[in-house]
Design a protein. Structure first.
Length: 81
């Protein structure tokens, strides 16, 4: 299984369809979900304003993965990994 950074790169790849990018975001959550999977996903959908129709705002996926990435960096620093 590829790691968090690999799937983060897929979310950021604007050449991919929004559905594929969304799937990569969900995979990021299987690697790092500070509130567990569903609560973290719910938090990201609200904070990044991810619409049901991903084509309406594909940048929301970038906002979501950016927030998740920042949280992961803080967690890694706190755990000295």
């Amino acid at each position: 299984m590829a790691g968090f950074l690999t799937h983060r790169a897929l979310v950021l790849d604007e050449a991919l369809p929004p559905r594929r990018r969304h799937s990569a975001l969900r995979t990021c959550l299987t690697v790092f979900a500070p509130y567990r999977l569903r609560p973290t996903y719910h938090h990201l959908t609200l904070s990044a304003r991810i619409p049901r129709d991903l084509t309406a705002d594909p940048a929301s996926l970038v906002r979501a993965v950016a927030e998740l990435y920042e949280a992961r960096l803080l967690w890694l620093a706190a755990t000295d990994r």
